[in-house]
Design a protein around this ligand. Structure first.
Ligand code: EPU
Length: 416
């Protein structure tokens, strides 16, 4: 199993090119199942999760052609309407094939994802929504069996805001008979990117970017060309890195208009940012100031940035309070940061962080994707050497993070 060795205390200086967004690419690739035409996608990030979804899509019969960050999909010869446990258990986003397969072929068999490190994460809202669209769904032997003659438009209000739930139902509704209204829909920029792609494929969707999506079903969708939006979480992770280590970096291929409150919080920390049309220059000198926040759905503070901001708070000039409201178990990085000398105490879903003068390198273990990124940041800010074990989590969602960071001066190597 690969590990990362990080020697802390290096200032960051230079340019980093941000990759396409993982959480936009995954649903967008699944949209390839909705049409027999060619879907020509660019800015697809090179990630383990993307490999997993392409493997899953290829075994349905979807033709996949890949040339670095360009992927072309053709769904004219789909033969297998199934997502097996072996693939779904490694990546929950596999559930995103359910809506498209059912809508286009009237049938799908998809393994239930089960729990994961950050919480129980049920998919009941995906199932209830598809039932409202007329699907017959049974669950047997750990699999969801879904059937329908033709989905029929309906008004659906999910009990909570769910990102992949909204995406699954949106994709299904594009091919349903009549009008579907999705209320309480997720507004994340990744949902918007999927909706824009669907429109380019011939779907009729109103309310894009709002919590009420109105979809008029069409008989079929056609091929399209689309560039995946850049990864706001990857960009914000590098901004946290420079906030923790000090330095001057330029992020390229990034947007600045969908950055939620994370940028405001970075300013509060003391990061000086200059926005370009598709770039952000970030400069940091001195010790970070503490920031308190609670995670909420977009446009609130993203849960996917909670751990990285906590890493910065560990060395801040005061105390902060972080409340996680989206997932019940997303504080697994706390114990590992405390091994590096941080002072964090948790109380239910709130973490109290007391900034310390310094962290000191130690062996630590990554527990999930964003926790891994937070440990890289903490290790870069610490004195001495940190070995981070189980970094396969990092490879799932960051495109060669250690390569990008070493290019701007971090002392970070992968140990095979
Ligand atoms: N939920 C239910 N039932 C459902 C669906 C969701 O109870 O049917 C609950 C979840 O358990 C959770 C909350 O609703 O407590 C929100 O979950 P959501 O469905 O929005 O999460 P997701 O769609 O499974 C996506 C991202 C996550 C990100 C969350 C929240 C993808 C592929 N994944 O997950 O990304 O944290 O939205 O923004 O888009 C990551 O990239 O590290 C990551 C975990």
């Amino acid at each position: 199993m690969d590990k990362l060795q990080v020697v802390g205390g290096k200032r960051l200086q230079g340019e980093i090119v941000i990759s396409g967004a993982k959480n936009a690419a995954l649903p967008i690739l699944c949209a390839g199942l909705l049409t027999s035409g060619d879907l020509e996608l660019s800015n697809v990030p090179r990630l383990h999760d993307v490999k997993t979804i392409l493997k899953l899509l290829a075994q349905t019969g979807l033709k996949v052609t890949q040339d670095d960050e360009r992927v072309t999909l053709n769904g004219s010869a789909i033969t297998t309407l199934e997502a097996p446990y072996e693939l779904v258990k490694t990546m929950r986003a596999s559930i995103l094939v359910l809506g498209p397969l059912l809508a286009r072929f009237g049938e799908a068999k998809v393994s239930l994802p089960g729990g994961c490190a950050i919480g129980s994460r049920p998919v009941d809202q995906h199932i209830k929504g598809l039932q409202a669209l007329g699907a017959e769904i049974t669950i047997e032997g750990g699999y969801i069996y879904a059937k329908c003659k033709k989905l029929k438009g309906a008004r659906i209000r999910t009990d909570m805001i769910t990102v992949t739930g909204t995406e699954n139902l949106l994709m299904a509704a594009t091919l349903a008979d009549g009008e579907t209204i999705l209320e309480n829909a997720a507004r994340e920029p990744e949902v918007t990117d999927l909706a824009n792609l669907l429109v380019a494929m011939g779907a009729k969707i109103e309310g894009i970017g709002t919590d009420r999506l109105v979809i008029q079903g069409v008989a079929e969708l056609h091929g399209a060309k689309h560039a995946v939006i850049s990864d706001r979480i990857e960009a914000a992770t590098f901004l946290c890195a420079v906030a923790a280590t000090g330095g001057d970096i330029l992020l390229k291929n990034t947007r600045t208009d969908y950055f939620d409150v994370a940028l405001d919080k970075l300013r509060e920390i003391g990061l000086v940012m200059t926005m370009g049309s598709d770039s952000i220059r970030a400069q940091m000198g001195g010790r970070p100031k503490p920031v308190s926040f609670r995670t909420t759905e977009y446009p609130g503070f993203p849960t996917d940035m909670q751990a990285q901001f906590m890493a910065v708070n560990t060395i801040a000039s005061g105390s902060s309070r972080i409340t996680e409201t989206i997932f019940e178990n997303r504080f697994m990085h706390v114990q590992e940061m405390n091994r590096l000398g941080a002072s964090i105490q948790t109380e239910g879903n709130t973490a109290h962080v007391k900034g310390v003068d310094k962290l000191v390198g130690a062996p630590v273990m990554a527990t999930d994707l964003r926790a891994s990124a937070s440990l890289v940041i903490a290790a870069m800010a610490a004195q001495g050497t940190t070995i981070i074990d189980r970094i396969y989590h990092l490879d799932r969602g960051y495109d060669r993070m250690e390569v990008k960071l070493s290019a701007v001066g971090a002392d970070i190597v992968r140990i095979k």
